[in-house]
Ligand binder design. Structure first.
Ligand SMILES: [Zn+2]
Length: 510
């Protein structure tokens, strides 16, 4: 039963409270945004950087990840109840998800020629975090269904939570209260909280799916979850519509949180033309992110749709990789293999022995490139480096898939080395270089960068005084190594002076 309380404010302008539940501050998302940043002060900077990136994307076309719409995001609904009416039926949950999808698609009841199709949709999870079949609905009995949101938010979510990187968690409770009463209908965490213990949406179960208007609560909260502010955020300030207000340019500035009767009109700001509106606009109280009467809700704007899509693509993108919307795997398999070696010399063949269970087809990949589809595999590594070997497996159930990886490090076994008979020869003196290399088959000697021999051992007569760089390159046909030494040729003086010189140079150079 609805109770309408009418106020006379301006000629022809009526504001009213359209339901038993006070609407005046029905959404506590802003409270949690501030609380989140107080708990995680470092994330406020991340949040602002994200806002800056989005503004630059809009104003300068700075590219983003660029995954293409439409998006389908998996949702899990946790009904936290104490055996009261808040333990709503599966049918109501399904209806609530349907309302959510119709609103985001701007179809059915919600298509009132006011909004756009966001191309964002939601599925009730088809598989749980372990890959098993699920309805996407969980029921947990707890007195926390009477939630004091100022102290019990985390305790509620600790009752049950599915990986918030893979699922949008929605907790339904009987009442959301603080010391002043239970006027809050719901709240959501913004994208900066993505994947954290508190991430998700909390709302009172009585609104979820119980009517098109009541489903406005989860539609509104999903807007916050995907990065939207209230249309009245920041009031009338509108010097830069990408930075002021709700940071969306096609929602008129608005500083009113008072519900307007459906079909009525209110205009709380006169700054509209500063963001491209040709004329001053009435407040968009039918927008899902307003505090209007939920029965009037009918629109996300294109600017809001773009903002949500960007936040999915750039912040909450792990949801796009989730398998939560896929049909469950009914014949679970496990991918596995062992490698005959992980640290090998170049040119070595590694055998990969399949240890998968319940799999029937295989794809082997080396650094993401297919290299075979046999049960087992072998590969000869003729390049240096670190390589990722992946085995992907499937079976007769097309919804079953698993993969596993191993790392192979390929090194060069060639070590170049030599020992001269004299480090300080006199001009004209022959020096023999004993080859101490290992692992190689080809040898190339050079003096000051000029090739001089390709024999195993090497002798050289230094023609005149000077510093000579002697290098030996050793190759095994697949890789090579190089070793160099400086040799100083100079005219010898007394034995004593030579010894001093030798020691000095050894200290300096070797
Ligand atoms: Zn809100």
């Amino acid at each position: 039963m609805k109770i309408y309380s009418l106020f006379f404010l301006l000629p022809l302008l009526f504001l009213f409270n359209a339901r038993e539940q006070p609407d005046a501050d029905f959404c506590a998302s802003n409270y949690f945004r501030e609380a989140f940043f107080q708990e995680n002060p470092g994330l406020r900077d991340v949040f602002e950087l994200t806002e800056k990136a989005y503004a630059e994307y809009l104003s300068k076309g700075i590219p983003t990840r660029g995954q293409q719409l439409p998006f389908v995001l998996p949702v899990v609904v946790h009904i936290i109840h104490d055996n009261g009416a808040e333990n709503i039926s599966d049918a109501l949950v399904l209806q609530g998800i349907q309302h959510l999808n119709e609103a985001f698609a701007n179809t059915g009841y919600y298509d009132q020629a006011t909004g756009v199709n966001t191309q964002i949709q939601f599925c009730l999870a088809q598989r749980d975090p372990d890959g098993n079949a699920t309805t996407g609905i969980n029921r947990v009995q707890s007195p926390l269904t009477e939630l004091d949101y100022t102290t019990q938010d985390l305790a509620l979510k600790d009752l049950i939570r599915w990986d918030p990187l893979r699922y949008i968690n929605i907790w339904l409770v009987r009442e959301i209260c603080n010391n002043n009463g239970c006027a809050v209908a719901g709240y959501a965490y913004f994208p900066a909280a993505h994947g954290g213990a508190k991430d998700g949406i909390v709302m009172e179960a009585k609104w979820f799916g119980s009517s098109n208007g009541n489903s406005g609560v989860q539609i509104h909260e999903m807007g916050h979850y995907l990065g939207l502010y209230h249309t009245f955020e920041g009031g009338c300030a509108n010097d830069d519509c990408l930075a002021d207000g709700d940071r969306v340019c096609d929602t008129p500035p608005d500083e009113s949180t008072v519900p307007v009767p459906c079909g009525g009109s209110v205009n709380s700001c006169t700054t509209d033309t500063q963001s491209g509106f040709a004329t001053d606009q009435p407040d968009m109280y039918w927008n899902y992110m307003d505090y209007g009467d939920w029965d009037c809700y009918s629109a996300f704007t294109q600017g809001q749709a773009d903002r949500m899509a960007w936040h999915i693509d750039n912040v909450r993108y792990s949801l796009l990789d989730s398998d939560g919307c896929q049909d469950p795997c009914l014949s679970a398999l496990t991918a596995g293999f062992s490698s005959s070696a992980n640290l090998i010399d170049i040119g070595t063949t590694v055998n990969f022995t399949n240890t998968s269970t319940n799999a029937s087809s295989y794809q082997w990949l080396l650094d993401g490139v297919p290299v075979g589809n046999g049960v087992n595999a072998s590969y000869t590594f003729n390049n240096l480096g670190t390589f990722i070997v992946t085995l992907e497996t499937t079976n007769a159930d097309p919804n079953c898939f698993d993969s596993v990886q191993d790392t192979i490090e390929v090194i060069c076994p060639v070590v170049a080395s030599f020992e001269p008979t004299n480090l300080f020869p006199a001009p004209g003196e022959i020096v023999n270089f004993a080859n101490n290399s290992s692992g190689g088959t080809d040898f190339n000697w050079s003096v000051n960068g000029v090739a001089v021999a390709n024999t195993q051992s090497f002798s050289y007569v230094f023609p005149s005084e000077g510093a000579y760089t002697i290098c030996l390159d050793v190759d095994n046909g697949l890789c090579n190594d190089q070793y160099c030494q400086l040799i100083f040729a100079f005219t010898q003086q007394s034995d004593c002076e030579i010894r001093v010189h030798q020691n000095d140079r050894k200290r300096r150079y070797f």
